[in-house]
Ligand binder design. Sequence first.
Ligand code: SAH
Length: 325
Amino acid sequence: MTPLERALRDRIQAEGPISVEAFMEACNAFYYATRDPLGARGDFTTAPEVSQMFGEMIGAALADCWRRAGSPVDASYVELGPGRGTLAADALRMLRAAGFRGEVHLVETSPVLRDRQKEAVSGAHWHDSVDDLPARPLLLVANEFFDALPIRQHVDGIERRVIGVGGGLAFDRDGEIVETSPARDGAVRSIATCLSVKGGVALIVDYGHARSAPGETLQAMRAHRYAPVLAEPGEQDLTAHVDFEALAAAAREGGAHVTPLLTQGEWLIRLGIEARAQALSRANPECAAGIETALNRLTAPDQMGHLFKVVALHSPDWPAPAGFA
Ligand code: SAH
């Protein structure tokens, strides 16, 4: 039995069944606080860890937006759940080259990952929550952040819960599942309010669906394989697909404009990732095969290109980022 499973079973014994939301929140808080889960030897690999081109495209899109908004000197780069800090480092290289000298604010709860981020990005400021961000124009990025925030599940209008049975944990009901995420909605509304008051743009990249629909998407990943959701609590990554329709509604409630949703592959290609790959290959011919593989992984429909989606939120007086027109 994992240490967290012991604690959850004690909690259920004392308080009664816990919601799927409370279960997911407890599991991911423990999981991320105790390890760096990324990369071949971890549990999953993200786009910025596949290639520097991903962060560079994000950085170039933010730099272009910032310039078109008049290059405000008080704008800050913000990232939610920055992992190893790889995306921040690659995006900031592009932003700095475009003249951006603003501060860097990272929202990260894991002490282990904060240490990794300190190695990758110098002089950043850390926060526990999006509610603590400075009141400034924001150039914000969130890649595979919202999928890690807790979701609620309902069956026939009744909230689904986790109970203790025999030696393990089980769900208290099955049937057609409807998922919602007050945690995501709250975070998105908070960001959108910042954007609408102080200006700025947010790029959100994640796997998920364009329209709200019933269906279970809660999943567990361990060592790059799917695993049963209730197995080994705190030792595997729990995620749920992002409902981009709900996310857009929360953003509009906060006063932000929302672009159409694009697939990651389409957006990166519109931004010119193929030309970037060619330039990198010309400069490093010995790496050409690896660059081609990475390009394919990021953009091909049967790889990350289709499942992953990109949407931008922006303040009414800032332009939409390139690629969304
Ligand atoms: N964006 C990174 C890492 C994605 S993994 C990449 O693309 O490689 C999810 C990240 O979100 C981790 O950094 C994790 O510690 C962080 N995270 C998860 N839940 C969080 C929460 N509730 N508040 C802040 N950060 C959180």
